[in-house]
Each structure stands twice: as structure tokens, then as C-alpha cells.
Design a protein around this ligand. Sequence first.
Ligand SMILES: Cc1ncc(COP(=O)(O)O)c(C=O)c1O
Length: 390
Amino acid sequence: MAHPYSARSRAIEPFHVMALLARANELQAAGHDVIHLEIGEPDFTTAAPIVAAGQAALAAGHTRYTAARGLPALREAIAGFYGQRYGLQIDPERILVTPGGSGALLLASSLLVDPGKHWLLADPGYPCNRHFLRLVEGGAQLVPVGPEVNYQLTADLVERYWDKDSVGALVASPANPTGTVLGRDELASLSKATREHHGHLVVDEIYHGLTYGMDAPSVLEVDDSAFVLNSFSKYFGMTGWRLGWLVAPPNAVADLEKLAQNLYISAPSMAQHAALACFQPETLAIFEERRAEFARRRDYLLPALRELGFRIAVEPQGAFYLYADISAFGGDAFAFCQHFLETEHLAFTPGLDFGRHLAGHHVRFAYTQSLPRLEQAVERIARGLKSWQG
Ligand SMILES: Cc1ncc(COP(=O)(O)O)c(C=O)c1O
């Protein structure tokens, strides 16, 4: 019998880690203490000033749709943030507030990709990117990247992989799963390479703010025509509120607004009111404390994993992930993850969730747990390696 649902939906892979997560939940329900290093969201709850602003918004009756592009006050606050953090003057008219960075990705792929056309994407990379492209009947041209290019697309790779159906390149800085950051010069050469082909450069800056010992440059510092995806999920700690934004060139805004009206009407209104509190100095101070805590965790976990034999060839400068090569231990990454879950009650993500390139030899650890928990995790890894028969 023919499959009852669309080819489009069949082409979208589930997160492979979900099978591990379901097993982790079973183990937990049976009373085991599972350490979760598979989770791609901050362990901190939303900062108190934002929660208070959300509660006040509800009490004041801000429960209706907003304008499709978002609350003008929030778009102005985001524009002000570009001034403060990057010294950039961004016209609030170019900013659309979206339901998560995911909403921004939906808008950008719907606007820029015709059926049969594709974007170049780094492999490994965030899996949903290629699925959004599939959803608009386009596709992803996966470009294998390794430590020699900092796990990022380069202008040379764009040259090499661009073909007649390529219409753009999407990069993330800092990247998921590798945490690597693109410098200003690299962004400028990517911009030049895509513009020479009359393509679009889309930059996912969702992990901006979560960089350690440095700040990530925005592509808007070197290319005003790039599309920028951002989010309140990670640095701002608002994953469950579903709020992000897109910065687009002025001539794209009317079409994007039309798409937003049709696809989701508006981003959540209560969340938008709450997010206004993000830009107050006392809230920013909380984010900076959390960023320092993530830096401490990275500085603990990175050398500890290397010591145990995991190969992490380039130091991740941002996000909260370590992407580790497990070749030294032999065997397949998915089985490796299963082994640690079953024997040590420790969950982390197999490389398969981030693409195909050497995926069977890699796993991702998220340091979204406290330092004492990470110390326990390292003990469990050391023990579990002894019983692993790759
Ligand atoms: C690289 C990257 N882009 C986009 C997203 C989407 O996040 P959200 O929709 O919560 O902003 C994520 C979430 O993990 C991500 O890792």
C-alpha cells in the first residue's frame, strides 16, 4: 500500500538521539540516576526579570496576536543591542521577531529557496537545516568539513561545491555540534564567494553571546546584505518561550512579513513582552554570569575528555558542545552511546544526528550540567571505557 503521508515528511529524519532519550527516561523511571549530556539547551531556568516581565504581561492582558513582524518596542530593543554589542546601526524595520530561531529559518528558507535549488551546508551541522530545505522542496548540498577548516565552510569550499542549482550557503557561528566560530575575515570571504555567484549568505548567530575568551563577530559587520538568524533560546535562556529573530536586507522585509502572516501570524505575544526585559543591565549581568559558568565547564570538560583519549582537534570557542572523535576506542558511535547509557547511565548524542561525514566516529557532549555533575560524568566515562569493546 502506498504510504499515506507526504514524501516530504518521509524524507525528514527523526533525531536519532530521541531513541536514546526514550531509553534514558525508562532507566530514570526505574530509579537510575541518569546524567544528561545530550541536551542542547541551557540548564538554567529563564532569568527572574524576564519571568517577572512575562507574568506582568499576562496580568496586563497581553494575550493576543502582535504585528506579524513583532512588537515595535522589541524590534527597537534588538536593534539597540546590535549597537551596544557590535557597534552596528541596524534599522529596526529590517528585524522580524519569529517563533524561535526555527521560525527565522522557516522564513529564510521559504523566501530564498525554490524547488530543486539548494544551499551549501557544513557536514557536521545542525540537522534541522537540511530538513527545512526539504520542506520547501529544495535541498542541502552537504559539504564535508573537518578540523583543517575549523569545521566551517570556507570560500574555497563554496567555490568547489557551488553548482547550477546552488542559491546560497548557510553557516552557523558558533556552530552546533562543534562550537567553532567564524572570524570577520572568514565571514567577509564567504560573503564575497556567495555574492560572486549571486547567491545568498545566511548566518545562524543563535549561539552568539556564548563564546569564551572572545566575542563572535556578526556577519552584518562585513555584509549588510546577509540574512541573520538569531534566537532568545540560548544566550538569553528562553528556549521554551519560542522566540527568535531574523535580520534581512530592506528589500526582503515585505515578502518576509507576508510569509510570517501566513505561516504563524505572530511570535508568542507574552514571550515578546517578557523578552523586553532581556536588555536591562541587571538581566544582561545574569547572562554574563551564566556565560562565565559555561566557560568554566568547557575548561574542565575539554581537557578531561582529551586526557581519556577522545580527540577534539580544535578548541571550541562557543556554544556548549564538544564534538569528539572516538576512533581511538573503536566501534560505532551509536553503539558507543548505547553502551554508556546502559552501563553508566550517561546520555550523549551520536554523530549521526549531525550529518554523514565521519558521523559513525563522533559523539557530541553538551555541557549543560553543573560542574559537579560533569565530574561525575567524567568518572563514568573513564569506567565505561574499560568495559567498552568496540
Ligand atoms: C544551530 C542551531 N540553530 C537553530 C536552533 C533552533 O533553536 P530555537 O528555535 O530554539 O531558536 C538550534 C537549536 O538547538 C541550533 O542548535
